[in-house]
Design a protein around this ligand. Structure first.
Ligand SMILES: [Zn+2]
Length: 350
């Protein structure tokens, strides 16, 4: 984790000069706009006219670099207040910047233009946040797993100490990162013991061609990311057919030709490969009949007649069956059928 000091000296919050005595916790935020560069926020917020907010740090989404923007024990303006007061009086607030490959399309809903890129950015800010919070927990002697010590803005609101925001879980969830605040707290605790979280394995999509048909008697969610916790963009009803172009590495979702993702769960969806003309896997092994008893019933009379007339003979091994007839006839099914047809036509009864 690279940490650079870049204090917002001009921000009215800095000038207010109040302190956290003591620092009781840490609050994690996400900026809520598709702006990865910490410098953009620092430039915008380092103005005497910017009285809306002030935080203790920004984490750049392109580099993971941490910029400290207030002395850590300064009282920040990062979460406003809720019904029970404000975590501004107790908590340090840090903002994670967000990838340029997302777009806010109303409220906290994002549209993702490049999932792999977006996930990589979020993994970067997550990792730096874990390291920074571990550092701050040590510095201020905080237990990362303690009740209310590390909170997201969203959790702060739920506890009545912050305004009504959903960050940063709103982004983690919509991108299908699998990150949670409980996981984050555990990762911080582990980082305090020197265990830095590994970059998560992203879900990849491999090619698969075919058609998915909704078989479920109801609506099935379709998402813009392969994650069941992501909100549905739309739903498909029974009988809806979609062209499948891929399948996720965890085999949980089909990628559709419209870029969206549909569950592979057979309870809801049936998949069929596109009609492909394939050569027969393997010629069936041809059956050879050696004895009358082995023949299909419809052919027994005809072949017996032909054997008895010496029209059909054995192949010369001298083997005989129970009735003394050759046991080395070596007839294929085609030959047997031909004889039967000719027999029916009366050719052997002249
Ligand atoms: Zn926030």
């Amino acid at each position: 984790m690279k940490l650079t000091e870049s204090i917002l000296y001009n921000n009215p919050c800095y000038k207010a000069g109040r302190k956290l005595r003591p620092v009781k916790g840490l609050m994690l935020h996400s900026v809520g706009v598709a702006q990865p560069n910490a410098s953009v926020f620092i430039n915008m917020w380092n103005k005497s006219s910017y009285s809306r907010a002030c935080v203790h740090g920004f984490i750049d989404a392109n580099t993971g670099e941490v910029f400290q923007t207030l002395p850590w024990d300064h009282r920040g303006w990062h979460c406003a207040s809720g019904s029970k007061g404000s975590a501004n009086n107790t908590h340090i607030g840090v903002e994670m910047c967000e990838p340029s490959s997302i777009k806010y399309v109303g409220g906290a809903t994002v549209k993702v233009t490049d999932m792999a890129h977006a996930k990589a950015c979020v993994a970067r800010t997550y990792k730096s946040a874990v390291e920074l919070f571990a550092y701050l927990c040590k510095k201020f002697n905080l237990n990362p797993l303690g009740d209310g010590v590390i909170l997201s803005h969203k959790e702060g609101h739920a506890r009545g100490v912050a305004s009504n925001h959903g960050d940063p879980e709103h982004l983690w969830t919509q991108l299908g990162t699998g990150y949670t605040m409980n996981g984050f707290r555990k990762d911080v605790a582990a980082a305090m013991n020197g265990v830095i979280p590994a970059d998560p394995k992203p879900v990849t999509v491999s090619a698969l061609n075919g058609t998915a048909i909704i078989t479920y008697d109801g609506n099935v969610n379709v998402r813009n990311t392969p994650d069941y916790s992501a909100p549905a963009v739309t739903t498909y009803g029974k009988g809806t057919k979609s062209t499948v172009v891929g399948i996720t590495s965890d085999k949980e979702f089909y990628k559709l030709s419209n870029g969206m993702f549909l569950t592979t769960n057979k309870k809801y969806v049936a998949f069929s490969e596109e009609e492909v003309v394939k050569p027969r896997e393997k010629e069936e092994v041809e059956v050879r009949y050696n004895k009358i008893a082995e023949l299909p019933d419809y052919a027994k009379a005809t072949i017996t007649k032909l054997v008895d007339r010496k029209v059909v003979n054995g192949t010369g091994t001298g083997k005989v069956d129970e009735s003394g007839r050759p046991a080395d006839l070596d007839l294929s099914l085609d030959m047997v059928r031909t004889f039967v047809v000719l027999d029916k036509a009366g050719l052997f009864d002249k």
